[in-house]
Ligand binder design. Structure first.
Ligand SMILES: [Zn+2]
Ligand SMILES: [Zn+2]
Length: 1018
C-alpha cells in the first residue's frame, strides 16, 4: 500500500490529549502572534474585558463560560480580519481580597487587622493577587483563550487609582459628591456599609428565621391603653423613638386597651374605632426607657403614609439609628436618632446590660426582658428573605454611618438616553438596566476598609473639601511623607498630609477606601490612555502592578481609536455592577456609553439544576473538566446554551456532546479512509470548486454555503447557540443525507467529484467552527489541508456566495418525505432492510427526486397522489376547545367521534357548524389494513405493506449482505479485500437468484454453499 495521503484518524478523538498537543504547537509556531500580525491595520473590533477578581487559586468552570464567549467572538472577528485588543484584566482590591487574607491569617475583626499591621496586610493582599492571577492565566490558556497574557491590567495599579481620583475630582467640580449621614446596610463583621448595588448580587438574600415579636407600648395619657407594634429585629427596640400609624386607615381598641389596625385583625372586636390621625401625637412609654438613651427620648405616635396593611399590626416601630426609612422619617418629624451598636455590631456602653452583645446575642435577652416588664404580647419565629453580606455571609444590619455619595439625579436622564442606544443581547437585560437606572439611589462609594482605592478626600476644619486629582497634585501639595509612599495605598498614603487650598492649614485624608466597582468602572479610561498626552511603555505597570504586567499606558489617540468598545460580555448580575459602574463613569466623563453592544448570560448550575456549592460537593474545578471532558467539550457546552436560561453544566451533558461530536469526526474519518484508499489528495487551490458536479454534490456545496451564511448571521448577532443549531442541522444533512446517498460513489472511487465536494464541506465547516472548538478544528485542519494555511485560525473566514435556497428547500422537502416514510415503516414493525412495493405521497411535488426517495426507503415505486389509505381520527383539544365552545362542546365531540366533519386546507376542520383551528384538535392518521401512514407539516405518506415472494427474497438478500459486511468488519478486513463467500444450504435459492448482486456488494469472488456462513480472503 502507498503511503497514506492523510494521517489516518483514530476511532474517536482524545480531546484532552490533542488539546495539549495543539497548545504546544500554537506555542512553538506562535500562531496567535501570526494572527495578530496578519490582522494589524485591519478594521477594528474593540472588546474590553471585564476584570476577573484575582482571589481564586484556580479557574472556575463558571468563569470559563464567560471567558469562552469572549474568546469565541474575538476569534470570529479575527477570522474576518479585524484588528483587536486582547487585554485581559484582573480585579485586585476590596473585600474579596481582604476577607480571604483575614481568613488565612485567622483575623476576625478590623482591630485585629490593625494590630497585625497594615503594611504587612497590604503585602499579603497583593500576594494573593499575584498567585491568583498566575493560576487564572494558566487555566485560561488551557481553555484556549487567546489573550495578550503578560500585558494584563491590574486594577490596583497606581495608574488605575489616579484615573479614579481624576474622575472624583471632576464630579466634585460639578457638585455631585457629598457626605451623607444616614442609616445604611452594614456588615458587622466587615465593619463597613454596603452600597445598593452590592445588595443586588446573587446569594445576598437568603431565607432565615428571625424572632417575630408583638410588643405593646403603653400610652402615657390614656391609662390602660397601648399601641402594639410588630418587629423581627428585637435589637432595634432599645433604639425606638416613635411608632408610626397610617393617618387614613382605621384603628381599633381591643377590650384590653391595645390599639391595632382594624384591617389586619378583621375577626377581632373593638370597643373604639378611630382613623390613625387621631392617634398621632399620643405619647407612650418606650420599651427600654430604663436604659440611659431611651430615658432621654419623648416617644410619640407619628403619621406615615407608607405604613402597609399586609402584615404586622399597622403600627410600625421606628428606630432611626437602625433603619433606612426610619432615618428619613426622623428628618421629617425631627425625631432623636439613637445609634445602639458600634462598627462591629455590638451595643455601646450606655446600653447597660446590653453592652458588648452583638445584635443576635442580644435578641434572646431582649425578649426575656420584655416579658418581665410586661411589654411583650407574643413571641414567635418568622421566616423571610434577609440580606447577608455578599462576601462573608454575615446577616446585615442597619446602622448610622457617614458615607460618601455620588448624587445621581442630575445625570440620570442622560444615563437613560445612553442606555437606550446600547444593543443588549438578550434584550430583556437592557430593560433591567433601564429599571435600575430609573430607580437607583445615590451611589455610596466609601468603605471603611484597608486594601482598596484610597479616596482622595481631605476635608478641612475650615469647611473646605480638598480633593486630590493625581499623584502629581499630591506630591505638589504634600507636607511630608512622600519618601515612604510605596504605593497610592493605605497605610502609606495616610501618612501624607497636604495643605488646605482654602486656608493653608494641614489636612489629612479620610480613612475610607472606595467601592471596588470604581476600580473596574474606570477601565475603559485607565487602560486606553484617555487624556494621556504621551504613550508610556509599560506605563500602566505602576504601584502594586509594577513587575506583574508589561501593559503600556497608551496615549489619548489610542483611546479615540478604541473607545467605545464594540462589545462587552459578562453575566447578568453585572448589569448593576460592572456594566453599570463603567457606564456611569463613562457617561459622567464623556457623555456616552463605553460599549455599543452587550452580551449577558444567566447563571451556571450543576447538571441537576442545583446551585454549585463546595459544601454540597457538586462544584467542578476547571482542571477536572479539562482532564475529563476537554476544553472543546466545555466550550461546546457553554456555546450551545441560550443566554437567557441557566446553564446546567456537568459531566453527563459532556458525554452527550462527545457522542454528538463523533458524527462529525466519523464523517471526517470516512473521508480520510476512502481518500487514502483511492489516492485522492486535494490542493488548497481546489477550494474553488468548479464544474463537473453531480446534483447531489452541487446540493452539498449550496448547503455548505447556507451553513456558512447562517453561522455568520449567528456570530454577528453574538448568539453562539444559533451557531450550534446551524451546525447540528448542517451536520445531519452532511452525514445522514450526503454521505449516505454518496457511499456508492466513494466506494467505487473512480469519480473524484464526491471526494472534492466532501473535502470542501469539511474544510469550510472547520473554519466556521474554529472559534467555538479551536483545538479539534485545528487538529483536523492540519490533517486535511496539505498545502494551505498552517492553522485554521490563520485561514480566515470562508467567503461564500449566497446559496441557492430554492434548491435547498427542494431537498429539505425530499428529506421530510423520507423521514415520514421511515416513521411509517417503524410504526409498521417492518424492517428497514425489507423492500416494499409502493409509497404514496401527498402534499409535495418531489420534482425529479422520486427515485432518490424510492432508493432511500427501499420501495419499488413512489407515487404522487391523494393518500386514500387513510383513516382520519379527529378529537377535540379540550383545554383549548372547552373554554371556547362551552355548552356546545358535547355536540362537537360527538360529531367528531362519528366522523361527521370536513377537512379544510391548512389543517382546519369544519364540524357541527364550527370551524376549528389546527391547535384546537388532535389529529391521528391511521393506516387502513395493509398500509402504514405518517403525516406532518401538510405532507402525508402511505406505505404499502404487502409482501410477495420476490420482495421477501430480496429482503433476505439485503439481510445477508448486511451480515457479511459486519463479518468483514469483525474480522478486520481492509475495505478493498476480496473474499470467498460460503452461505448455508438454506440460502441456496438466494445465491442462485441474487448471487451476482450479493458478490458485488460484499466483494466476493466466489459463492459456495456449505454448512454455515463463512468468509475468507481470496
Ligand atoms: Zn461582611
Ligand atoms: Zn481649610
Amino acid at each position: 500500500m502507498p503511503e497514506p495521503i492523510f494521517q489516518p484518524l483514530s476511532d474517536k478523538p482524545d480531546h484532552p490529549g490533542l488539546e495539549q498537543e495543539m497548545l504546544a504547537r500554537w506555542d512553538a509556531e506562535e500562531t496567535f502572534a501570526k494572527l495578530r500580525e496578519q490582522n494589524r491595520g485591519g478594521p477594528t473590533f474593540s472588546f474590553v474585558d471585564g476584570p476577573v477578581t484575582a482571589n481564586r487559586m484556580s479557574l472556575g468552570v463558571h468563569t470559563a463560560w464567560g471567558r469562552t464567549l469572549k474568546d469565541v467572538f474575538q476569534r470570529y472577528k479575527a477570522l474576518r480580519g479585524f484588528d483587536e485588543r486582547y487585554q485581559n484584566g484582573f480585579d485586585c482590591q476590596g473585600l474579596w481580597i481582604e476577607v480571604g487574607v483575614e481568613r488565612s491569617l485567622g483575623l476576625n475583626s478590623k482591630r485585629e487587622i490593625e494590630e497585625f499591621g497594615l503594611e504587612e496586610f497590604a503585602r499579603r493582599c497583593r500576594e494573593v493577587v499575584v498567585q491568583s492571577s498566575e493560576a487564572l492565566t494558566r487555566g485560561s490558556i488551557r481553555l484556549g483563550q487567546w489573550m495578550d497574557w503578560g500585558r494584563d491590567y491590574f486594577t490596583f495599579s497606581d495608574t488605575n487609582i489616579e484615573y479614579i481620583w481624576k474622575f472624583l475630582k471632576i464630579l466634585h467640580g460639578r457638585g455631585w459628591l457629598y457626605m451623607g449621614h444616614r442609616a445604611t446596610e452594614w456588615c458587622p463583621r466587615c465593619g463597613t456599609s454596603l452600597s445598593q448595588h452590592e445588595l443586588t448580587q446573587g446569594g445576598v438574600y437568603q431565607e432565615r428565621a428571625d424572632p417575630s415579636l408583638f410588643v405593646r407600648f403603653p400610652l402615657l395619657d390614656f391609662e390602660g391603653q397601648s399601641v402594639v407594634v410588630w418587629t423581627t429585629t428585637p435589637w432595634t427596640l432599645p433604639a425606638n423613638v416613635a411608632a408610626a400609624v397610617h393617618p387614613d386607615e382605621e384603628y381599633g381598641r381591643r377590650a384590653n386597651g391595645e390599639w391595632v389596625a382594624v384591617k389586619l385583625f378583621p375577626e377581632d372586636t373593638f370597643v373604639e374605632r378611630v382613623p390613625g390621625r387621631e392617634l398621632v401625637g399620643r405619647r407612650y412609654r418606650g420599651p427600654f426607657d430604663d436604659l440611659p438613651p431611651g430615658s432621654q427620648v419623648e416617644h410619640r405616635v407619628i403619621p406615615w403614609e407608607d405604613v402597609t396593611m399586609d402584615q404586622g399590626t399597622g403600627v410600625v416601630h421606628i428606630a432611626p439609628g437602625a433603619g433606612g426609612e426610619d432615618f428619613e422619617l426622623s428628618r421629617v418629624h425631627d425625631l432623636p436618632v439613637l445609634s445602639p451598636v458600634d462598627e462591629s455590631g455590638r451595643f455601646y456602653d450606655d446600653y447597660g446590660w446590653l453592652h458588648g452583645l452583638t445584635t443576635t446575642e442580644a435578641a434572646d435577652q431582649i425578649v426575656g426582658r420584655l416579658g418581665e416588664t410586661g411589654f411583650l404580647v407574643e413571641a414567635g419565629l418568622f421566616t423571610h428573605a434577609y440580606p447577608h453580606c455578599w462576601r462573608c455571609d454575615t446577616p446585615l444590619i442597619f446602622r448610622l454611618s457617614d458615607d460618601w455619595f455620588i448624587a445621581v439625579d442630575e445625570i440620570r436622564p442622560t444615563l437613560l438616553d445612553e442606555n437606550a442606544k446600547v444593543e443588549w443581547v438578550p434584550e430583556y437585560m437592557g430593560k433591567r438596566m433601564d429599571d435600575w437606572l430609573r430607580n437607583m439611589g445615590d451611589w455610596n462609594i466609601s468603605r471603611r476598609r484597608y486594601y482598596g482605592l484610597p479616596l482622595p478626600f481631605y476635608p478641612c476644619s475650615c469647611g473646605h473639601l480638598n480633593i486630590v486629582g493625581s499623584r502629581a497634585e499630591l506630591e505638589e501639595r504634600a507636607l511630608g511623607g512622600l519618601e515612604q509612599l510605596e504605593e497610592l495605598r493605605r497605610p502609606w498614603i495616610d501618612r501624607v498630609p497636604i495643605r488646605c487650598e482654602s486656608c493653608g492649614e494641614p489636612v489629612e485624608r479620610i480613612p475610607e477606601v472606595g467601592d471596588v466597582w470604581l476600580d473596574a468602572g474606570i477601565v475603559p479610561f485607565a487602560t486606553l490612555g484617555w487624556e494621556n498626552p504621551q504613550w508610556v511603555e509599560e506605563g500602566y505597570a505602576t504601584g502594586a502592578a509594577r513587575g506583574l504586567t508589561k501593559a503600556d499606558l497608551p496615549d489619548h489617540e489610542y483611546w479615540e481609536k478604541w473607545f467605545p468598545a464594540d462589545w462587552v460580555s459578562e453575566m447578568r448580575e453585572q448589569i448593576r455592577l460592572w456594566f453599570y459602574s463603567q457606564f456611569f463613569m463613562s457617561v459622567a466623563l464623556v457623555g456616552r456609553s463605553p460599549y455599543q453592544r452587550v452580551l449577558g448570560y444567566e447563571k451556571m448550575l450543576d447538571e441537576q439544576g442545583r446551585e454549585m456549592h463546595a459544601s454540597w460537593g457538586n462544584t467542578i474545578p476547571a482542571e477536572d473538566a479539562f482532564a475529563r471532558m476537554g476544553a472543546d467539550v466545555m466550550r461546546w457546552q457553554y456555546c450551545a446554551q441560550p443566554p437567557e436560561r441557566n446553564l446546567l453544566f456537568g459531566f453527563g451533558p459532556a458525554e452527550t456532546i462527545k457522542r454528538e461530536f463523533l458524527t462529525f469526526w466519523n464523517s471526517v474519518k470516512f473521508f480520510v479512509d476512502y481518500a487514502n484508499t483511492v489516492g485522492f489528495g486535494p490542493s488548497w487551490s481546489a477550494l474553488n470548486l468548479e464544474g463537473g458536479l453531480d446534483p447531489l454534490d452541487r446540493w452539498l456545496v449550496e448547503r455548505t454555503h447556507a451553513f456558512v451564511r447562517d453561522a455568520e448571521g449567528a456570530y454577528e448577532g453574538t448568539l453562539t447557540v444559533a451557531v450550534m443549531r446551524a451546525y447540528t442541522e448542517y451536520l445531519d444533512d452532511l452525514s445522514n443525507w450526503y454521505i449516505r446517498r454518496s457511499r456508492r460513489r466513494f466506494w467505487d472511487g473512480d469519480d473524484h467529484a464526491p471526494f472534492q465536494t466532501l473535502w470542501y464541506a469539511i474544510v469550510q465547516t472547520l473554519r466556521v467552527m474554529a472559534p467555538i472548538l479551536p483545538f479539534v478544528t485545528d487538529h483536523l485542519w492540519r490533517t486535511l489541508v496539505l498545502d494551505g494555511p498552517e492553522s485554521v485560525h490563520l485561514a480566515g473566514w470562508p467567503e461564500v456566495p449566497e446559496p441557492n435556497r430554492a434548491l435547498l428547500d427542494e431537498i429539505a422537502a425530499v428529506r421530510r418525505v423520507v423521514e415520514l416514510g421511515r416513521q411509517a415503516r417503524s410504526s409498521s414493525g417492518i424492517k428497514l432492510r425489507q423492500p416494499l412495493r409502493r409509497l404514496v405521497v401527498e402534499g409535495t411535488s418531489l420534482d425529479g427526486h422520486l427515485e432518490e426517495v424510492a432508493d432511500e426507503l427501499r420501495v419499488k415505486e413512489v407515487e404522487l397522489g391523494p393518500v386514500e389509505a387513510v383513516e382520519l381520527k379527529v378529537k377535540p383539544n379540550l383545554p383549548k376547545l372547552g373554554p371556547k365552545l362551552g355548552k356546545e362542546l358535547g355536540a362537537v365531540r360527538e360529531a367528531l367521534a362519528a366522523g361527521e366533519f370536513e377537512e379544510l386546507p391548512d389543517g382546519r376542520f369544519r364540524v357541527a357548524a364550527h370551524e376549528l383551528a389546527p391547535d384546537e384538535v388532535l389529529v391521528e392518521r391511521g393506516g387502513r389494513e395493509g398500509w402504514a401512514v405518517a403525516s406532518g407539516d401538510g405532507v402525508t405518506v402511505a406505505l404499502d405493506l404487502g409482501l410477495d415472494d420476490e420482495l421477501v427474497l430480496e429482503g433476505e438478500a439485503y439481510e445477508l449482505i448486511h451480515q457479511v459486511n459486519s463479518l468483514r468488519k469483525e474480522r478486520g478486513f481492509e475495505l478493498t479485500d476480496r473474499i470467498a463467500l460460503t452461505v448455508p444450504k438454506a440460502q441456496r435459492k438466494l445465491a442462485d437468484r441474487h448471487g451476482e448482486w450479493i458478490s458485488r456488494e460484499v466483494l466476493a469472488t466466489s459463492i459456495d454453499v456449505g454448512e454455515t456462513l463463512e468468509i475468507r480472503k481470496s
